[in-house]
Design a protein around this ligand. Sequence first.
Ligand code: BJW
Ligand code: ZN
Length: 234
Amino acid sequence: MHLTSTDRLFVLTGAGISAESGLATFRGSGGLWSGHRVEDVATPEAWQANPAFVWNFYSMRRRNALAAEPNAAHIALAHIEQQLGDRFYLCTQNVDDLHERAGSHRIHHMHGSLFQSRCVRCNQPFPDQSFYDDAENLPTCSQCSAPIRPHIVWFGEIPLDMDTIYDQLDRSTILLVVGTSGSVYPAAGLVHIANQRGIRTIYIGPEEPTNAEAFEQIILGSATQALPTLFETQ
Ligand code: BJW
Ligand code: ZN
């Protein structure tokens, strides 16, 4: 990809970029979380009905993410950030920390972070790498005794800091989307906004996303194959 000195790159990543680090995707090839449909576990209703089940799921996710390592695609994005500085912005739907561990700094987790929790009443996120597998010993707030929940954006909740996302997209000249099925909004709608603004749009993944028709260019391939080469040829 050729980038000029005035180009600004907005990257949106999804579960597919972490697939080659061994973290299962939700949908698409290799999708489905250990028999759980994400719609049954990542909702405020699931939390109200069975917080132990939800904590069990996110404890498993924490274990898997702690055991995983960043792959060549995460590293390629960290390298391009080093070259572009503030002309680069990474918005990820992923809650794992593999982008940070690869060296990304200008990153926003729109669906929250696996290694943060928050009190349902105080609402202040804090770092948390614990596993809560024991239904009798779920965490509660030391200040107000209300339940502690994962700092994750579930269906029906508003993704974090959408204003900054829209602002950064407005300022960009290229939208590069990697490894997302394009089925969850508002993330899946960013490509439509980009089209309205005349921003160039590129998708990378092994299969076409649901919103494929909105992209100018689709590169079919895995993230670790396609991303490092994309930047090498600039
Ligand atoms: C590879 C690969 C490799 C494989 N290399 N690629 C009806 C119509 C429209 C919208 C709605 C509707 N009804 C309800 C809604 C709204 C709802 C929604 O979109 N639902 C849809 C299911 C229809 N959205 C919400 O509720 C959101 N909030 C909201 O809309 O608030 C109102 C609002 C409106 C406007 C502005 C602002 C606010 C909240 C969504 C929260 C999503 N949460 C989850 C779970 C929590 C996080 C977690 O536990 O991890 O986030 S759901 C789950 O899906 C997770 C993901 O971040 C998200 C997206 O998944 P992703 O990343 O796309 O993964 P997959 O598995 O779907 O796809 C993987 C892809 O990788 C595949 O394409 C593979 O091909 C590819 N791949 N190997 C590259 N090696
Ligand atoms: Zn509290």
